[in-house]
Write a protein that binds this ligand. Structure first.
Ligand code: MN
Length: 713
C-alpha cells in the first residue's frame, strides 16, 4: 500500500502546486472513515481507495481527482455525508465524489449485462465530468487486480461486467493499458482453459526460441541507426487475450498464428515514422494485407500509429508498430494524457470545454467499422436512461416525463397512467426524469390521456398517442382549448372577443356551430391568428418593437394592479390563494408543484424542494402547475447560501456583483463564522431563474466566495 508521503510525492512530481495539505487530510480522512472495515482479501478497506489514487497518479490526474479517488467510497460505505466532504475539501471534490456515489448506486440497480451497450451510454451520460469516469475505471481496475480473493460466483459476474462494460469504456477513452489489464484478468477468469493453454503454448515457444525478442530488437535498432533515425524500440509477446481474440476473429488455430510478437518503434516526428516504415518494408518481406495507416486515419478513440506485418530478423513473423513519442503517450493514456497535457495550460476550474472538444474530435474520427460504439458520444447528452422496476433500461430524450416513460413501455400503460413513483416516491406525472431514475408507473383502468399531458410530454410516441386519443374521444376538450386559445390571443392583442363575432365567419370554415370553430382551433387545424384576422379584418399585428414601446409605462401613470386573471401560474384552481414557499423560493423557470392546504390555498414549491417529502403520503394535495407567460413581469425573492472568506471587502464584493447582475439585495443573514470564513444567507430579488444563475456564476468567479448555491431550507 502506498504510504501517505509516497502518494503526496507522486502527485507533487508532476504537479508542484498540488494542495499538499488537502491530500494529507484526504488520506487520513479515508483511513479514519473506513476504520476497521476489511476487504475480502483481509486487507484493511482503506488500502483500496489509496491504491486507486495511486493508479491515477500514473495518469497525472489533477489534485482534486486524486483527493476524490481517496474519498470515493466514503459516502457510499461509511457515515460520511456529501456536505461533510464539501466543507472539508470544497465544491469540486464534492462534485466528483457525488458523481462516483451515483455511479455506484446505478451499478447496483442494473441486474443483467444484456444491456451492456445502454449501460455504457448511461455511464457516459452520467459522468458529466470525465474525471468521474477516469476515477471509476481506476476503481474497477483495482477491484480486478484483487478479484482472486472473491468467491467464484461473484468473480465471474465482475469479470463479465468488466469485459462487457468497463474495458470497452477504457478503450473508448483511449486508455489502452487499463483496457488490456482488465481484459487479461477477465479472460483468465471467464475462459480459464483457453487462457491456460495459450499461456502454456507461449511458454513452449519461448523455450524453443530461447528468448529471441532482444535479438530482434537489436537488429531493428541497427537498421534504424544505419539510416540515422533516432528511436526507441521495445518488443513483447502479445497478450493471451489478444491472441485469443485473433484466433476467434480469423477462425484460426494457435499454430496458424505465427505473429505472436509485436515490436514498437517510437521516433521523433511523423516524417520519421514513414521513413522508418520504408526501411522496414525495403529490408523485410511484407505480409500482405497487414499494413494499416492509423496516422492519416486515426482510430475513433484518437489512436495513431503505423502497423505492419513482416517476416522480420531471424526469419520470424512479427508485427511492427511505428509512432511518435507524443502519439505513444496519447495511445497509452488516452483522454488522461490530454488531461495531463492541458493541465499545464490552466484549465483547473469549472470550464471543461476542452473535454467537449476532445469528444468531438473522437467523434469525427468515427470509423464505420467500429463495432463497439456506433452512436456518437455527445449524443448521450440528449438522452436520459431510466430503469423499470425490473431493472430494464429505457432510453428517452432529455426532458422526458413519467408519461413519456409510460408510453415507451406500452401505449396501454401510457393511456391509463395516473401517477408515478420515482425512486420510490410519488411524484407528479410532469416531473422531469433524470439519468438512473427508477420509474414505476401507476395505472388505473378509468384513466384516459389528458390534454394537459400534451403540454409537457416530449416523445413523439406520447404526443401522437395523446392526440389520437383526444381526436377520437375528446371533442369537448378541443372546444375548451380552442376557446381558451382564442380568448388569450385576442386579449394579448388588445382586441375584444365576443362569441357573436364568430357567427359571420362560420361559413368560411364550413362550421355548423361556434363550437366547430373552437374545436378546429383546439385541434390545430386553424390558428388563432386566422380567426383574429377574419374577425378584425383591419387589424395589423404589432411588431415586437411596437409592443415594447406601447408597453412602456410612465411612472405614476397607468400603474395597473396585476389583475387576478393574468396568467402568472397555470393550472391553479379558481379563487385559491397562492403563496410561494419560504423553504425553496421558487422562481419563474423552475419546475414547480402546488401543495393544497384546505382553507389556506396553494403553496408553490420547486420540484426539487426537500420539504415535499412531507406530503408524499397525500398525493391528493399535489397540484400540477406551471409558470404562466406573465410570471416574469414581477420580481421574486430567491435565497442563496454563500461561504465567504473572512476578509475585509468580501461582503462589498458580493454586493457589487449583485448590483452588476441587477439583483436587488433584500436581506442578509450571517449564519456562522469561523476565523477563516463565514456563511451567509442572501435574499435577492430577481426576475427568473436565468438571472439568478447568472448571479451565481458571477459570484463563483469571485476569489472571496468559496461556495455558493441556492438555499433549500
Ligand atoms: Mn471503490
Amino acid at each position: 500500500m502506498l504510504r501517505q508521503y509516497e502518494l503526496v510525492d507522486l502527485v507533487k512530481s508532476y504537479d508542484p502546486y498540488a494542495d499538499e495539505d488537502a491530500l494529507n487530510r484526504a488520506y487520513v480522512f479515508a483511513m479514519k472513515k473506513h476504520g476497521s472495515q476489511l476487504r475480502t482479501s483481509g486487507d484493511p478497506y482503506y488500502s483500496h481507495p489509496i491504491e486507486v489514487a495511486g493508479i491515477l497518479t500514473k495518469y497525472r490526474l489533477d489534485c482534486s481527482s486524486i483527493i476524490a479517488a481517496l474519498l470515493h467510497d466514503t459516502v457510499e460505505d461509511t457515515d460520511t455525508t456529501l456536505e461533510e466532504i464539501r466543507s472539508l475539501f470544497g465544491d469540486q471534490v464534492a462534485q466528483l465524489v457525488d458523481g462516483l456515489t451515483k455511479l455506484a448506486m446505478i451499478e447496483q440497480k442494473s441486474g443483467s449485462s444484456k444491456q451492456a451497450e445502454n449501460f455504457r451510454k448511461l455511464l457516459l451520460a452520467m459522468s458529466e465530468d470525465i474525471r468521474v469516469l477516469l476515477i471509476k475505471l481506476a476503481d474497477r481496475l483495482h477491484n480486478m487486480r484483487t478479484l482472486h480473493f472473491c468467491d467464484p460466483a461473484k468473480r465471474a459476474r465482475i469479470a463479465r461486467e468488466t469485459l462487457d462494460i468497463y474495458a470497452p469504456l477504457a478503450e473508448r477513452l483511449g486508455m489502452e493499458e487499463v483496457k488490456e489489464e482488465m481484459d487479461e484478468i477477465a479472460f483468465a477468469e471467464l475462459y480459464k482453459d483457453a487462457h491456460d493453454s495459450i499461456v502454456a503454448r507461449l511458454n513452449f515457444l519461448r523455450e524453443q526460441g530461447s528468448n529471441i525478442i532482444p535479438k530482434i530488437i537489436s537488429q531493428l535498432e541497427k537498421d534504424m541507426q544505419d539510416n540515422e533515425i533516432k528511436c526507441t524500440i521495445t518488443g513483447r509477446e502479445k497478450t493471451p487475450y489478444s491472441i485469443w481474440r485473433k484466433m476467434q476473429l480469423r477462425n484460426a488455430s494457435f499454430e496458424q498464428l505465427s505473429d505472436i510478437m509485436a515490436f514498437r518503434i517510437c521516433v521523433e516526428s511523423v516524417a520519421d515514422c514513414y521513413q522508418a516504415l520504408g526501411i522496414i518494408h525495403s529490408k523485410y518481406h511484407m505480409v500482405p494485407r497487414r499494413f494499416k495507416d492509423y496516422i492519416s486515419t486515426p482510430k475513433p478513440n484518437g489512436y495513431q500509429s503505423l502497423h505492419t506485418g513482416v517476416i522480420g530478423p531471424l526469419n520470424v513473423r512479427i508485427e511492427v508498430q511505428i509512432r511518435t513519442y507524443e502519439m505513444h503517450e496519447v495511445n497509452e493514456k488516452g483522454v488522461a494524457a490530454h488531461w495531463a497535457y492541458k493541465q499545464g495550460q490552466k484549465t483547473e476550474g469549472k470550464n471543461f470545454r476542452w473535454i467537449r472538444e476532445l469528444l468531438e474530435i473522437l467523434d469525427q474520427a468515427q470509423n464505420p467499422d467500429e463495432f463497439l460504439e456506433n452512436t456518437k458520444l455527445e449524443m448521450y447528452n440528449d438522452q436520459v436512461f431510466c430503469f423499470t422496476p425490473k431493472g430494464d433500461l429505457i432510453g428517452l430524450p432529455v426532458g422526458s416525463t413519467p408519461v413519456d416513460f409510460a408510453y415507451a413501455i406500452h401505449s396501454n400503460v401510457g393511456d391509463t397512467c395516473v401517477g408515478a413513483k420515482i425512486n420510490g416516491e410519488i411524484k407528479p406525472v410532469r416531473t422531469i426524469l433524470h439519468n438512473g431514475d427508477q420509474v414505476e408507473i401507476l395505472t388505473s383502468k378509468s384513466q384516459h390521456p389528458s390534454l394537459e399531458w400534451d403540454r409537457f410530454v416530449v416523445t413523439g410516441k406520447a404526443k401522437a398517442a395523446i392526440r389520437r386519443y383526444i381526436r377520437t374521444n375528446k371533442r369537448e376538450q378541443f372546444i375548451a382549448l380552442g376557446k381558451e386559445i382564442l380568448e388569450k390571443l385576442f386579449k394579448s392583442e388588445d382586441q375584444t372577443f365576443a362569441e357573436k363575432d364568430l357567427l359571420p365567419i362560420m361559413p368560411h370554415y364550413e362550421a355548423e356551430t361556434i363550437d366547430d370553430i373552437y374545436a378546429k382551433v383546439g385541434e390545430g387545424l386553424i390558428t388563432g391568428w386566422d380567426v383574429l384576422r377574419l374577425v378584425h379584418p383591419g387589424y395589423k399585428q404589432q411588431t415586437k418593437l411596437e409592443k415594447m414601446v406601447n408597453s412602456i409605462k410612465l411612472p405614476g401613470f397607468n400603474k395597473k394592479k396585476p389583475s387576478k386573471d393574468s396568467l402568472k401560474i397555470r393550472g391553479l384552481i379558481d379563487g385559491m390563494a397562492v403563496h410561494f414557499a419560504g423553504c425553496c423560493h421558487p422562481l419563474p423557470g423552475d419546475r414547480i408543484v402546488g401543495i393544497v392546504t384546505t382553507g389556506k390555498g396553494v403553496t408553490v414549491h420547486t420540484m426539487e424542494c426537500p420539504s415535499l417529502k412531507n406530503y408524499e403520503k397525500e398525493p391528493e394535495r399535489w397540484l400540477d402547475i406551471d409558470w404562466g407567460t406573465e410570471a416574469e413581469n414581477e420580481t421574486h425573492v430567491a435565497r442563496l447560501k454563500l461561504m465567504l472568506s473572512n476578509e475585509p471587502g468580501a461582503l462589498a464584493d458580493v454586493a457589487n456583483i449583485a448590483a452588476k447582475s441587477e439583483a436587488n439585495i433584500m436581506n442578509l443573514n450571517i449564519t456562522y463564522r469561523t476565523l477563516s470564513y463565514y456563511e451567509i444567507l442572501l435574499d435577492v430579488e430577481v426576475k427568473n431563474v436565468d438571472q439568478l444563475n447568472n448571479l451565481v456564476l458571477a459570484l463563483r468567479a469571485s476569489k472571496q466566495v468559496s461556495y455558493v448555491a441556492r438555499a433549500t431550507q
